[in-house]
Design a protein around this ligand. Sequence first.
Ligand code: GDP
Ligand code: MG
Length: 325
Amino acid sequence: MTAVEPLVEGVLKGDKRAIARAITLAEDDVAEAQAIASQIFPHAGKARIIGVTGPSGAGKSTLVEKIVNELRREGKTVGVVAVDPTSPFSGGAFLGDRIRMQNLSTDDGVFIRSMATRNNPGGLARATRDAVRILDASGKDAVIVETVGAGQSEVAIIKVAQTIVVVLAPGLGDEIQAIKAGMMEIGDVFVVNKADRENADQAAMNIQALLSLSEANGSWKPPIVKTVAITGEGITELLKEIDKHQLHISQGEANLRRRRLVEAELMEALKQQIANHVITELKNDGSFDSALEAILARQKDPSTTAEELLQSFLTTKGSKSKSSN
Ligand SMILES: Nc1nc2c(ncn2[C@@H]2O[C@H](COP(=O)(O)OP(=O)(O)O)[C@@H](O)[C@H]2O)c(=O)[nH]1
Ligand SMILES: [Mg+2]
């Protein structure tokens, strides 16, 4: 058992070791993680949260490093959470990322963490959200989440961000992958990285065409920025566009967005609580096991049985609460 209070105190003071420990507990999904999350919650909400997503190899990590450097030059503190479930390395980041990150991690104003991959995608999304909140509560001015945009589960992860930057590289069929992974709909700012290569203008035009097809939700028109992450070209322009988007959402859309996020989070937590509660009761009174037997004997099918179990749960609960009134 880890004592929660001193850990929370450490996180709120920005202590690196406390932050690291708190994130590990969130990853491991142990009992203390819930307590930490709820004690930290009131202190979060001040950082601006930037998501960086896109296909593997597009240059996201290189770009994130340059963004961090630029924010540090402005005197801002930064947290980075890197999520790469496709990486075969435990810890989630490629060796290159590790080395790049080490350069930054000697700086006290920066905290970098790659999320472990052993969790299921849902667990990873929750752990990432917790990690972002921990860094936010620790007083970081900005928190950047980097994730490979490969599908719906990654889209769920990146949605913790207020501004989502979709990074694509020219000539790799990245646009096609972006459409498939649902990235065109979620991008607030689009980046054509590797603009030192041929076809960067063509890629930007393709993105423009795709964006004009999709119904833009809200009044924000996602800009397209060309960058060369290895040299840092275009980074100031990218940060300007991110700032513009933050300003835009702060004038109204932010509330709606935050409301939707919180609603989804509450809904998910509630579903889990309800399921746990009902299943525990059904297991305790033996009806779960007898239902299982009936299904094994092919007397019933699972979904009808589930419906019946829930009905009988609700009836007994209903009569219990009536009799207690
Ligand atoms: N030519 C060129 N290469 C780049 C650029 N940005 C990143 N790279 C290279 O592309 C590779 C993948 O970069 P990385 O940042 O790890 O991509 P990620 O998988 O999206 O995080 C690395 O070898 C980078 O050095 C760029 O702007 N131009
Ligand atoms: Mg990367």
